[in-house]
Design a protein around this ligand. Structure first.
Ligand SMILES: Cc1cc2nc3c(=O)[nH]c(=O)nc-3n(C[C@H](O)[C@H](O)[C@H](O)COP(=O)(O)OP(=O)(O)OC[C@H]3O[C@@H](n4cnc5c(N)ncnc54)[C@H](O)[C@@H]3O)c2cc1C
Length: 548
C-alpha cells in the first residue's frame, strides 16, 4: 500500500488530521500510534481516572527532565499520553485557548495567517460548545465542551475568594478578555472525558480509506534525497516500512523533534555526536523548548468535601460516588481535579493576564505520584507563569529509538520568570486568606507559615516548582535560522514533510495547550487539502483522441 498520507502520532493533532484528511474516500490515510487503543482503558473515560493515568506505564511515556539548573538540580516529571488521543486522553480536560494576543504575536513574528482573526474560526469549528453558539464559540464541531457535572463546593468557594481578593469573575476564559476567576469549561460530555480521539477519530474509524495502526512506533522517517517517502516502524516485535506521498509528523513536542533527529534532520553537531547520517542540517530541531513553570500552595482542609484518601472516602464517599457515576454521571468521579482557576495580572502594569491558577480539590504534591500525601483533606492552588522567558532544549541520549531523549525545559532559568512566580505565590495565598475560604483553610502545608520574605519564597520555588504539562516550541514555526517549519508547517529545506502538533508553537500561549493544538491541526488540514485541490485543478485534463 502506498498511502497518500502517513500521520505519525495519534494524539490531539493526529486525530484531527486523520479525520479531516480521510473525508475524501479516494485519499488513503494511515495513522500510526505507538501506544494502545484508548478504548481498552475505562479510566480514560472516567475523568478522575487522571490520577491513575498520571503513573500508567502503558498509556503514558513517563518522561523526566534533565537536572534543572534553577530548581536546585532537581529532575521533574513530564507525563505524556501514549494512546489514541495522546495527551488529550490523560490530561486535566481544562478547555482554554490562550489570549488573542498570543496568536497576533505569532503573526507578528512573520507567520502569515496565524493571527487571532484567522484562528478564531478554527477554534469555533473544532468545538461543540454546550453553553451555546456566540462570537467566540461554535456548535456542531467534533469535541464536546461542557460545564463540569458536579463541581465541588471548595472549587466554587475558590472563585468567590478570588472575587473577594479583587479579581473579576468570568464564565468564559476564551473570549477576547480572558481575565477573571471561574470554573473551567472542560473537554467532557455528560461527565465523561471527551478528548481528541473521541471527538475526531472514533466517529470515522470505519472509513475504509483510513488505516489506524496502534502499537506502531515510528523509528525514523525515510528519505529520497530531501524528499520524505516513508516511515520505518516497529510493531509486534517486527520492523516494517510504510510508504506515502506525504509524511505528517504529529508526535508532540517531545517525540516530534526526537524523531526528526533520529531521521537525520537537525543540528549537525547533535547528529554527528550519535553517528546519525545527516539528511538535512536544521539547527532549530529540539531547541526553543518552553513549558509553563508551576508551583503549588497547599492547604489542609477543615471540611471533608475534598478529594482525599481517607477511611471515610473508601467506606462511604467512594461507593456512593461509584453509584452516582454509573447511574447519573455525577459526583466526584466526573471531577477533572482542577475544577476552578483564573487568569489574572500579577501586577497592575501587565497588559494581559500573566499568571494562571488551577485549583486542585485535593492535597497535591509531585503530580500526585506520592499518593500518601493525599491522605487527609486539603486543596492546592497551582500558579504558573504564562509566558516564560526561559528557553530549553531537547537532545538525544543515543541513536536508539527506544531511548528517552534528554529533555531540558530549563524551567525558571530567567529572573523575570522567577519574579512572576513569587508574585503568583503571594496571589494564591491572598485568595486562600479571603472569607469565602475561611471555613476550609486549616493550615498551610506548602510553602508553610515560616516562608514569608521574597527570598524565602524564591527558595521554596527552587525546592518545589515543577511544570504543568505544556511543552511546546521544539520544531518552531517561523522564518529565522532556528525555525524548523514555515507557516504552512512544511519542514524547511525538505519536501513532502510537515510537522503538525504543539512543537510548532513559536511561543507558548497563555493558557492550556490542547485547544490551540487542535486549531493548529485544523489549519494544517485546510492547507493540505487546499494544496491538493490546487494540484488537481492544475493537472492537464486528458482529452480523448478519436480513433479512426
Ligand atoms: C497530565 C497532563 C495534563 C494536561 N492538562 C491539560 C488541560 O487540562 N488542558 C489542556 O488544554 N491541555 C492539557 N495538557 C496538554 C495537552 O494535552 C497537550 O498539549 C496536547 O495533547 C498536545 O497535543 P499533541 O498532538 O502535540 O501531542 P500529544 O497529544 O501528546 O500526541 C502525540 C502522540 O504521538 C504519539 N507518538 C509519539 N511518538 C511516536 C512514535 N515514534 N510513533 C508513533 N506514535 C508516536 C504519542 O503516543 C501520542 O499519542 C495536559 C497534558 C498532560 C500530559
Amino acid at each position: 500500500m502506498n498511502y497518500d498520507y502517513i500521520i505519525i502520532g495519534g494524539g490531539a493533532a493526529g486525530c484531527v488530521l486523520a479525520n479531516r484528511l480521510s473525508e475524501n474516500p479516494d485519499t488513503q490515510v494511515c495513522l500510526l500510534e505507538a501506544g494502545p487503543s484508548d478504548k481498552k482503558n475505562p479510566l480514560i473515560k472516567i475523568p478522575v481516572g487522571i490520577i491513575a493515568l498520571m503513573r500508567s506505564k502503558s498509556y503514558n511515556w513517563r518522561y523526566w527532565t534533565t537536572p534543572q539548573k534553577a530548581l536546585n538540580g532537581r529532575r521533574v516529571y513530564i507525563p505524556r499520553g501514549k494512546t489514541l488521543g495522546g495527551s488529550s486522553a490523560v490530561n486535566a480536560m481544562c478547555y482554554t485557548r490562550g489570549h488573542k494576543w498570543d496568536f497576533d504575536h505569532w503573526e507578528s513574528l512573520g507567520n502569515k495567517g496565524w493571527g487571532y482573526k484567522d484562528v478564531l474560526p478554527l477554534f469555533r469549528r473544532s468545538e461543540n460548545y454546550e453553553p451555546g453558539e456566540n462570537e467566540f464559540h461554535g456548535v456542531g464541531g467534533p469535541v464536546n465542551i461542557s460545564d463540569l457535572q458536579s463541581p465541588m463546593q471548595v472549587s466554587k468557594d475558590f472563585v468567590k475568594a478570588g472575587v473577594e481578593a479583587g479579581y473579576p469573575e468570568t464564565d468564559d476564559f476564551n473570549n477576547d478578555v480572558q481575565e477573571g476567576m471561574g470554573l473551567f469549561k472542560v473537554f467532557q460530555k455528560n461527565g465523561e472525558r471527551f478528548g481528541a480521539a473521541r471527538g475526531y477519530l472514533h466517529p470515522v474509524l470505519d472509513r475504509p480509506n483510513l488505516t489506524v495502526l496502534t502499537g506502531a512506533s515510528a523509528n525514523k522517517i525515510l528519505f529520497d534525497g530531501k524528499r520524505a517517502t516513508g516511515v520505518e516502524i516497529s510493531r509486534n516485535g517486527k520492523t516494517e516500512t510504510l510508504k506515502a506521498n506525504d509524511i505528517l509528523l504529529s508526535g508532540g513536542a517531545i517525540n516530534s523533534p526526537k524523531l526528526l533527529l533520529l531521521s537525520g534532520v537537525g543540528p549537525k553537531a547533535e547528529l554527528e555526536k550519535h553517528n546519525i547520517p545527516m539528511v538535512h542540517e536544521l539547527p532549530g530541531v529540539g531547541e526553543n523548548l518552553q513549558d509553563h513553570p508551576d508551583i503549588l500552595v497547599v492547604q489542609k482542609s477543615k471540611r471533608w468535601q475534598t478529594l482525599a484518601f481517607s477511611p471515610k472516602s473508601f467506606v462511604w464517599d467512594g461507593p456512593i460516588a461509584v453509584f452516582n457515576y454509573i447511574f447519573r454521571r455525577k459526583d466526584f468521579l466526573t471531577s477533572n481535579v482542577a475544577e476552578a482557576g483564573g487568569f489574572v495580572k500579577s501586577r497592575p502594569e501587565e497588559e494581559i493576564p500573566d499568571i494562571q491558577f488551577h485549583m486542585s480539590n485535593t492535597r497535591l504534591d509531585n503530580h500526585g505520584l506520592d499518593l500518601t500525601f493525599s491522605i487527609g483533606y486539603g486543596f492546592s492552588g497551582h500558579v504558573c507563569a504564562l509566558r516564560p522567558k526561559a528557553r530549553g532544549r531537547l537532545t538525544l541520549q543515543d541513536a536508539n529509538p527506544a531511548s528517552d531523549p534528554n529533555i531540558d525545559p530549563n524551567l525558571l532559568d530567567h529572573p523575570d520568570d522567577m519574579e512572576t512566580m513569587v508574585r503568583g505565590v503571594k496571589a494564591v495565598r491572598n485568595i486562600f486568606a479571603q472569607n469565602a475560604l475561611k471555613s476550609w483553610c486549616n493550615g498551610e502545608i506548602f510553602p508553610g507559615e515560616a516562608v514569608q520574605s521574597d527570598e524565602e519564597i524564591r527558595d521554596f520555588i527552587r525546592r518545589k516548582a515543577d511544570n504543568i504539562y505544556h511543552p511546546v516550541g521544539t520544531c518552531k514555526m517561523g522564518h529565522d535560522d532556528m525555525a524548523v517549519v514555515d507557516d504552512t508547517l512544511k519542514v524547511h529545506g525538505m519536501q513532502n514533510l510537515r510537522v503538525i502538533d504543539a512543537s510548532i508553537f513559536p511561543t507558548l500561549v497563555g493558557g492550556n495547550t490542547t485547544a490551540p493544538t487542535l486549531m493548529v491541526a485544523e489549519k494544517a488540514a485546510d492547507m493540505i487539502l487546499a494544496e491538493k485541490n490546487a494540484a488537481v485543478m492544475a493537472a492537464p485534463t486528458q482529452t480523448a483522441v478519436p480513433t479512426a
